[in-house]
Design a protein around this ligand. Structure first.
Ligand code: HEM
Length: 651
């Protein structure tokens, strides 16, 4: 049962799940007792509870009624606490954060003062709490919700760290930025990937995400240099090409008036990108459904199934050989592994034939992939390790980016003003050409949209760790072997750290300020994790999603399709929709565009390329035409801005 519980919870948090209500299919002992706050809570009586016996004894309706009353009472208490401002961002706490930030920049003396300030804060907390608050739950009670949603309410009730107990198994749920920082960064050596490594073993082996200890250190040291700046710049072109292919698909749908399911299209887009970026393989999944694409999805789905299954049937020797599903998985894994081996061989041959001069920013123009870099760098590892790394990068870079795009377009469809502002920026910065690395600095508002989308829908919503040494979290001592979930979802929506946390508001970060990250947001914002295990693909992913968003938004308007099923969340490695994101796509009838950006902003945005400095050609190129690559870009770009500028002056 413990294994089942562990599997379930990790899976609920880690793997894609299609369709609804899988959580409720797992039966766990109902926890009838409902005790006062700060001792035990049963987070049942969800609106979906139907009061039927469902295999539990006949007294259950009465028990449920009691639970419902307690739940109502608890919610009323919670509402009072929220109304009292207890969870609202306090100016004083912001002040303390700013003070700490300022102090940390003052060298050793500042660090010392910062430490004293933290201890004073800790002392206050110390007086308030003695033992880790406990919440007990029944899985049935979670109902149809994505797993991290009830964790949010529990966080508001129990605070930044509490224990969640299911039957014999318990987990620590962390939603406090200081504690998250302690686990991820300050004392990261005391934590492993725990359950995550166990479940991912069949697909990632000792790849970078599940690996711990020396293997992780060595592989990270080998892989990080491959994502150098020149590589990322080359990838911008790839992102543009792949997004363009998606635009063509959407063009067809728009002209036929067909609705499109965007979640699966984003999944294909990012699969195509990551295949080329990691091992120079063109899945071309936006155009075809070939065997290898199917194999990748079979393996991904299996990871999902394994993590949701109460009994690990795949470990039973005979079952493993007889089960049709397992045979399919074995076949898919074989096909992927054979393909990867072939790609490794090709890469080795290319490197042998190259007149190789390896240096820091080495890149083969024909094959700029990470695999080629690793082979050329003389990375001396087994093919199995290389395969594990490639699979890890494939999965890490595919699902996450697809989910970011899905939720970004969902959010944009709800906020036409934000979409209009984004489109205006894209028109202004890109005109009709493909994005370049330089544009990444200029697409500031688009970047803020992605930052904000990642705040509201962090991918993954929970980070998993296991303590491998005794430690102290906040003021609570913990032993080794504790399974810990750091709820990024809670951190990102905490009313204690964010004003109007539920609102999609890209303006919350200044356009001219630094890009928000875990360091400048004091671990209240962890879109790419933090500490030594922070995502290696953060810049890659940010640019990929900015390019795709810019290229799609420039060409189309997006609305939730009429009659589409409601867009609800389900948990996986990332947050998926339960039934897809059905959208109606219409081609934008573009401009003339009246820029509402202040002229100063436009000039700042263009620097030396300012349209006012350009005396060359006038209105030769029209907006809304086809995409252009290469050196002509700058002229078209300037002309486009010029058009906008003169138009607004004429007005
Ligand atoms: C928007 C897209 C992405 C998001 C939101 C994202 C998020 C994250 C997060 C939160 C972690 C930390 C996990 C933890 O601490 O347990 C992580 C780790 C990782 N990510 Fe990403 N990621 C994205 C894209 C990518 C891409 C494109 C790649 C590869 C090119 C990548 C490769 C990795 C790897 C290898 C790790 C493990 C690092 C380690 O353990 O040392 N990710 N990612």
């Amino acid at each position: 049962m413990a294994a089942a519980t562990a599997n379930f919870v990790s899976s609920a948090l880690q793997f894609p799940r299609r369709g609804r209500a899988r959580i409720s299919s797992l039966q766990f002992p109902a926890v009838a007792a409902v005790a006062p706050r700060h001792s035990v809570v049963c987070f049942s009586a969800s609106p979906t509870s139907n009061g039927q016996a469902n295999g539990v004894n006949s007294e259950e309706p009465a028990v449920e009624e009691v639970q419902r009353l307690f739940e109502e009472k608890r919610r009323a208490e919670l509402a009072t606490r929220i109304a009292s401002g207890q969870f609202t961002v306090q100016e004083s706490s912001r002040f303390v954060i700013m003070l700490k930030n300022g102090l940390s920049k003052l060298g050793p003396v500042g660090k010392f003062l910062e430490e004293i300030l933290s201890q004073l804060e800790g002392g206050i907390r110390d007086g308030e709490r003695r033992e880790i608050p406990q919440a007990k739950g029944t899985f049935r009670a979670v109902g149809r919700q994505a797993f991290f949603i009830p964790l949010y309410e529990l966080y508001l009730t129990y605070g930044g760290i509490f224990r969640l107990t299911f039957g014999p198994k318990s987990f620590l749920i962390v939603s406090d930025p200081e504690i998250a920082k302690h686990i991820l960064k300050d004392n990261c050596k005391a934590y492993s990937k725990g359950i995550l490594a166990e479940i991912l073993d069949f697909v990632m082996g000792k790849g970078l995400i599940p690996a711990d200890g020396e293997i992780w250190r060595a592989r990270r040291r080998a892989i990080i240099p491959a994502l150098h700046q020149k590589y990322v710049a080359a990838m911008i072109n790839l992102f543009g090409q792949a997004s363009y292919r998606l635009c063509e698909k959407l063009d067809a749908a728009a002209s036929n008036g067909e609705d499109v399911e965007m979640e699966s299209l984003f999944s294909r887009l990012t699969l195509d990108v990551i295949g080329k970026a990691v091992f120079n393989y063109d899945f071309d999944s936006l155009s075809v459904d070939n065997g290898i694409v199917e194999a990748v999805y079979i393996v991904l789905r299996e990871a999902e199934q394994r993590s949701t299954s109460p009994i690990p049937t795949w470990e039973i020797p005979i079952w493993k050989d007889l089960s049709p599903r397992q045979k399919k998985v074995t076949g898919a894994l074989k096909l992927i592994n054979d393909t990867l081996d072939e790609l490794i061989t090709i890469s080795k041959r290319m490197v042998d034939e190259e007149e190789l001069q390896f240096h820091e920013e080495y890149m083969n123009e024909q094959d700029p992939s990470i695999l080629h870099f690793l082979v050329a760098s003389g990375d001396d590892v087994s093919s199995k390790q290389l395969r594990d790394d490639l699979m890890t990068l494939l999965i890490a870079g595919h699902e996450t980016s697809a989910a970011v795009l899905t939720w970004t377009f969902y959010l944009l469809s709800k906020e036409p003003k934000i979409m209009a502002k984004l489109q205006e920026e894209v028109d202004c910065v890109l005109g009709d050409r493909f994005p370049t690395i330089e544009d990444m600095k200029r697409l500031k508002y688009t970047t803020r949209v992605i930052n904000e989308s990642l705040r509201l829908y962090p991918q993954p919503p929970v980070l998993i760790r296991r303590s491998i040494k005794d430690d102290v979290l906040g003021n609570y001592p913990i032993g080794r072997g504790e399974d810990i979930f750091i709820s990024v979802w809670n951190l990102h929506r905490s009313p204690m750290h964010w004003a109007n946390p539920e609102t999609f508001n890209p303006e919350r970060w200044s356009l001219d300020g630094p890009n928000p990250n875990e360091v400048n947001q004091n671990f209240s914002y962890l879109p790419f994790g933090g500490g030594p295990r922070k995502c290696v693909g953060d810049m890659f992913a940010t640019y990929e999603t900015v390019v795709a968003t810019a290229m799609l938004a420039r060409r189309f308007d997006f609305q939730i399709a009429v009659g589409a099923p409601p867009v609800e969340m389900t948990t996986g490695a990332t947050i998926h929709t339960t039934e897809g994101l059905m959208m109606a796509v219409t081609c934008r009838s573009r401009p003339p565009i009246i820029p509402s950006l202040a002229m100063n902003d436009i000039l700042k945005c263009y620097g030396d390329q300012s349209p006012l400095k350009s005396s060359s050609s006038a209105h030769g190129q029209s907006a809304g035409s086809s995409f252009v690559e290469g050196d002509q870009n700058d002229d078209i770009h300037k002309n486009h801005i010029q058009e906008q500028y003169f138009f607004s002056r004429d007005k």
